[in-house]
Design a protein around this ligand. Structure first.
Ligand code: TXA
Ligand code: MG
Length: 322
């Protein structure tokens, strides 16, 4: 299959292109598109055969359910058994980088939820994602647009590197500016549970719901299979350390070609990562994709500070290094 690539205006997507992309989705095709977090690989969420093509293209295990994207509350209601649990967080953070897990309605094919009783839903805020949802007129099942276990794509070229020839269409809307995946919160239980940290922080979630108890780690993995340890990884081995300078020097003395991600400016032989968590998140995958292509033997990353606002970055760095 030849993959078509269309450049689209990120702020005001061209209506005729969105219409044609929506037609491809309604006919059962696969369309990759930018969101405000990372690029997604979309298919009509109500068409089990189309969703099966996502799993095939990504090499994704059937045990890992996918997120269903909708344009608004109205499009969400028929997909879930009870939409009230989504109201408080949805009203506050949608459209935006938050995914809510709810009990699914019968119209959701089993393949979308990996056979489970819940479905994950989100309203993305990227203008191209919203325009595509409106043009398609169907909910769009979309995991990140990378081969399974690889780094999520934040640019069109990252999508092509993994999926060229495996999908029908790629909408190139420039960089996905958030840079890390959405926060996943299970609101099908009381109290709610954060299944994956992301761009919306625990503090923001708790400001709406009150305190949320931690769930045992093993339990979390069973409930959100995408949280399995090895995930979001560059191909180059990545070491996470509080003493990057020493580790880098040792490796370089041993003749290794080492890339060094410093926290802030740490001299000319280090890549200065931002000291602001949102800016760090926005650049992380982009930098890792670049280093992966550059052929280093290893990547050494200085551990960012501990703290609530660094949760999502820490989570992805740990997974990248495991
Ligand atoms: O930012 C994002 O969320 C991006 C963009 C494209 O929207 N999507 C994304 O999808 O990261 P994916 O498939 O790479 O990650 C989805 C995560 C996985 O950890 C999966 O296990 C979890 O959501 N998930 C999906 N459905 C679920 C369900 N019914 N219950 C629990 N976890 C679920
Ligand atoms: Mg993914």
């Amino acid at each position: 299959m030849a993959t078509e690539v269309w450049r689209v205006n990120a702020l005001e997507p061209e209506p005729h292109l969105m219409k044609r992309a929506g037609d491809i989705l309604r006919r059962g095709g696969l369309v990759a598109f930018p969101t405000e977090t990372v690029y997604g690989l979309g298919a009509n969420a109500l068409d089990a055969e189309a969703v099966a093509r996502i799993f095939e293209a990504k090499g994704r295990p059937a045990s890992n359910p996918v997120i269903v994207h909708v344009a608004d509350f109205a499009q969400m209601k028929p997909l879930v058994e009870d939409w009230l649990p989504a109201v408080s967080l949805g009203v506050e953070f949608w459209p935006g980088p938050l995914t809510l897990v709810m009990r699914k309605a019968a119209c959701i094919p089993d393949i979308v939820t990996a056979g489970g009783p819940t479905v994950a839903v989100r309203v993305p805020s990227h203008p191209v994602a919203l325009a595509l949802l409106r043009a398609a007129g169907v909910p769009i099942a979309a995991p990140s647009a990378n081969r399974s276990t690889c780094l999520s794509p934040t640019r069109a070229e990252h999508v092509l590197n993994g999926l060229d020839g495996r999908i029908d269409l790629l909408l190139d809307g420039g960089p996905a500016y958030g840079g890390l995946e959405s926060t996943v919160v299970d609101v099908s239980t009381v109290p709610a549970t954060i299944l994956r940290p992301g761009l919306i922080s625990r503090v923001q979630i708790e400001s709406m719901l009150g305190p949320i108890t931690e769930r045992a780690k093993t339990d979390e993995i069973a409930r959100s299979p995408g949280m399995m340890e090895r995930h979001y990884s560059p191909r180059t081995p990545l070491f996470l350390t509080t003493d990057a300078r020493v580790v880098v020097e040792r490796l370089r003395q041993a003749g290794e070609r080492v890339a060094w991600l410093a926290f802030g400016d740490d001299g000319p032989d280090a890549i200065a990562m931002p000291t602001d968590p949102a800016a760090y998140a926005s650049q992380l995958y982009e930098v890792l994709h670049r280093l992966d292509a550059a052929g280093f033997n290893s990547i050494v990353v200085a551990l960012p500070p501990v703290g609530e606002e660094w949760m999502a970055v820490h989570d992805r760095l740990k997974r990248a290094s495991s």
